[in-house]
Design a protein around this ligand. Structure first.
Ligand code: IPE
Ligand code: IPE
Ligand code: MG
Length: 246
């Protein structure tokens, strides 16, 4: 039985979030510069997006650049920004063919102008696609996002738009960058690191975590399928007992 056939289409995660990690180590293994790893990471992104569409996953969120990544060597940061522009531009066709709507979260105002322009252009172009929403987390950090939400809610309270005692988890969620997107049920991290690195802290409260030692440039749709199969074997109890669920 193929991996795809082992997946129960009735119990798919709606939203899969991925921490694409290990590009640098992949390149180092091959005696190449880190940038070579990032370039090859693009192949993995394309195959994973197509795999998500093939499976019927409605939301895919990829961690592409964290706030903390600005602290990397200047040349690597510049190369990543260039790669981002050229990739989004080149891949627009693939997104259209697969019915994928592009979206972005993060402090986008910190991105170079050229990057932001290309991003907004492709977001606009793909806005009526409905198969899958691909969200790129760019210049993103969860603590930044949560602090920003708190700030905007505080301003609304100050201005009398909402009452402090009326703030609920739903209202808080509506002020995050991911407003309108369901929480991820499955979170995948590649490269063998077992940490979250400031990603979607609020949203993954009840996500199933899946770690693989594969480095990101080697990740393919089959790896996504394997993660979904693993996810479907788990019992999600949400604080209840096994007996209550069955
Ligand atoms: C992930 O790969 C890509 C980004 C963070 C932009 P890394 O560049 O972190 O690769 P490693 O972890 O150093 O191998
Ligand atoms: C997390 O990877 C950020 C992205 C994948 C974009 P890092 O490689 O930056 O994370 P740490 O520094 O190892 O935690
Ligand atoms: Mg890394």
């Amino acid at each position: 039985m193929s991996l795809l056939e082992q997946i129960d289409k009735e119990r798919l995660p709606q939203h899969v979030a991925v921490i694409m990690d290990g590009n640098g180590r992949w390149a180092k293994e091959k005696g190449k510069l880190r940038v070579f790893g990032h370039q090859n990471g693009v192949v993995a992104v394309r195959d994973t997006v197509e795999g998500a569409v093939e499976l019927g996953i409605k939301y895919l969120t990829l961690y592409a650049f964290s706030t903390e990544n600005w602290n990397r060597p200047r040349l690597e940061v510049m190369a990543l920004m260039e790669l981002l522009v050229s990739t989004i531009s080149k891949e627009t066709k693939t997104l259209m063919e697969n019915g994928v709507r592009l979206n972005a979260i993060g402090n986008l105002s910190t991105l170079p102008e050229k990057c932001r322009k290309q991003l907004l252009e492709t977001i606009k172009k793909t806005s009526s696609n409905t198969n899958c929403t691909l969200t790129l987390a760019l210049s993103y950090s969860s603590r930044w996002e949560i602090t920003d939400a708190a700030k905007r809610i505080a301003i609304k309270v100050r201005d009398g738009e909402i009452k402090a005692e009326d703030i609920t988890e739903d209202i808080f969620g509506d002020h995050l960058n991911t407003a309108g997107i369901p929480d991820p049920e499955l979170m995948i991290r590649t490269s063998g690191e077992h940490r979250i690195s400031n990603y979607l802290l609020w949203q993954i409260a009840y996500a199933e975590l899946y770690f693989t030692s594969k480095l990101w440039p080697d990740f393919r749709r089959q790896d996504l399928f394997e993660a979904v199969i693993d996810y479907q074997k788990r019992e999600r109890r949400f604080g209840m007992t096994s007996e209550q669920l069955n």
